[in-house]
Design a protein around this ligand. Structure first.
Ligand code: GLU
Length: 496
């Protein structure tokens, strides 16, 4: 076989010494937290070292390809601001390269053609399972004579190509996180490199591309650790220098079970829809396996790039905690300027406020409303729910909320009447004036200040928990407040 295509060897020599990282997702589903944590670590490592970050789509498993997954991957990375310098490369467009490499391996005797039918392999695996043995190809085709091979060819079966794994000895890998790990060859299989449909397997394509794309460091999930000795054997067979490997700790739920939807973990696009901020998601994800020290939780992107190192990546599982993500998102929401918060929350209000609320929303009113919500929202998707009473014409609430231990229907009606009397004449409808009027009034009523304000809160917002009362009333405006107090009065008189 000739050397790898010229274009690639040129690229390789130029970049041989530089730091080049890659994210290599298989488009078999929408990207989830674990995938993006992997991207993030690769991206940060590349950016920290002034290296390059490459995106490669590993789409060689035609049967498992999911429609829309590639777009979801690209969208998620763009949304999170994790930019790439090269790619996306698609492995499905590089088949001749894998064929060329396989041919060279065949000529050197590192691989062999296997004619075993899927049915035979299945029966073999079932029998191994019965005997409680790990599934492993029995190597029937490993040493076929020329005559046997000719017979197999004559049957018309399209063969797969398998790697001739050494039968004894061992391979040691030096993982940047886990240290040295030795794998005995007799535990490894003669794994398939090229499938009968002409597509490479992951093992072949990943090694060929990491080499040709001059990847210097492979940071990937722990689940690939057991594949690494196979890859190293393949590098040796090809006479190539392997990259450095770092296998990242698995992410588990708080119950230490494999992370799933049940723990509140969803696809990244879903987090976007739920109103998380990209910076918060990035900050949250980096702490799943990495830490600056034992204390620091909040780190800007610049700080992350500056400080990221593999030395501080943990070996043990990282635990996902949805409450922490919400808390962190709230922190990032509060850090936004009001203008930015409004700009980001507006699409959520548009999407989720009840249909009865007229669109387009008045942006200056939205600004005043959101200035009271910003402190409280943990996600942008909470904003419409927290703010809906500001926009509705009529509130629906349980009349019982107007009452409390100290306030029966009669005394509540009396208190609302007094409030109405004091508020009707107010000219400057602002929070300070409203407080100056209502606080002394609370003192005069026998119900107590807390109960009185609680009653007013329910009357004007329909809820027991809402932003500060006087500011809320100021934003709602005089008409809305008086109307709502009158409605409350009516509801109370029905109870008397
Ligand atoms: N395509 C593999 C995946 O989907 C890549 C694993 C690796 O990074 O080597 O996770």
């Amino acid at each position: 076989m000739s050397e790898p295509t010229q274009e690639y060897s040129a690229m390789q020599s130029e970049l041989e010494t530089s730091v080049r990282l890659r994210f290599a997702p298989s488009p078999t589903g929408y990207p989830h937290l674990g995938n993006i944590r992997t991207v993030l670590f690769n991206w940060l490592f590349a950016r920290h070292h002034g290296g390059k970050f490459i995106l490669r789509i590993e789409d060689t498993d035609v049967a498992r390809k999911v429609e829309g997954a590639v777009e979801a991957i690209l969208d998620s990375l763009r949304w999170l601001g994790l930019d790439w310098d090269e790619g996306p490369y698609f492995q499905s467009q590089r088949l001749p390269i894998y064929h060329e490499i396989t041919e060279s391996l065949l000529q050197k005797g590192h691989v062999y053609l296997c004619y075993c039918s899927p049915e035979r392999l299945q029966t073999m695996r079932q029998e191994q399972a019965k005997r409680k043995q790990p599934p492993k190809y029995d190597r029937r085709c490993r040493d076929l004579t020329q005559q046997e091979r000719a017979q197999m060819e004559a049957t018309g079966i399209s063969p797969v190509i398998r790697f001739r794994t050494p039968l004894d000895g061992e391979t040691t890998i030096c993982d940047l996180i886990h240290g040295r790990i030795t794998f005995k060859h007799d535990t490894l299989d003669d794994f398939v490199l090229l499938k009968s449909d002409g597509y490479p397997t992951y093992h072949l394509a990943v090694v060929v591309d990491d080499h040709l794309m001059a990847i210097s460091h492979v940071l990937r999930a722990d689940e690939w650790l057991s594949s690494t000795p196979r890859h190293v054997l393949l590098y040796q067979a090809l006479n190539w220098q392997p990259p450095q490997f770092a296998h990242l700790p698995i992410i588990l739920g708080p119950d230490r079970a494999r992370l799933s939807k049940r723990h509140g973990a969803t696809s990244i696009t879903e987090y976007q829809k739920q109103g998380y901020l990209p910076d918060a998601v990035v900050n949250f994800l980096v702490l799943l396996g990495w830490s600056l020290d034992d204390r620091t939780e909040l780190l800007s992107r610049e700080e992350l790039i500056k400080h990221f190192s593999l030395e501080r990546v943990g070996k043990t599982a990282a635990i996902f905690n949805k409450d922490k993500l919400e808390w962190m998102n709230g922190v990032y929401l509060r850090k936004l300027s009001l203008d930015e918060f409004v700009q980001r929350a507006m699409p959520f209000l548009d999407r989720d406020l009840p249909e009865s609320v007229k669109r387009p929303l008045d942006s200056s009113y939205v600004g005043r409303v959101l200035s009271l919500i910003q402190e409280r929202a943990r996600t942008l998707a909470e904003a419409p729910q927290l703010a809906s009473f500001f926009f509705l014409d009529e509130l629906q609430y349980d009349t019982g909320l107007l009452l409390s231990r100290e306030l029966d229907a009669q005394s509540a009606a009396k208190a609302v009447t007094a409030a109405l009397q004091h508020l009707e004449g107010v000219i400057n409808w602002n929070a300070t004036d409203l407080e100056n009027i209502l606080r002394p009034l609370a003192g005069e009523l026998s119900s107590g200040t807390r109960e009185f304000f609680g009653l007013l809160r329910v009357a004007v917002t329909g809820r027991t928990a809402a932003p500060p009362l006087f500011q809320t009333m100021a934003v709602l405006g005089k008409d809305k407040c008086l109307n709502r107090l009158n409605t409350a009065l009516q509801l109370l008189s029905n109870l008397c």
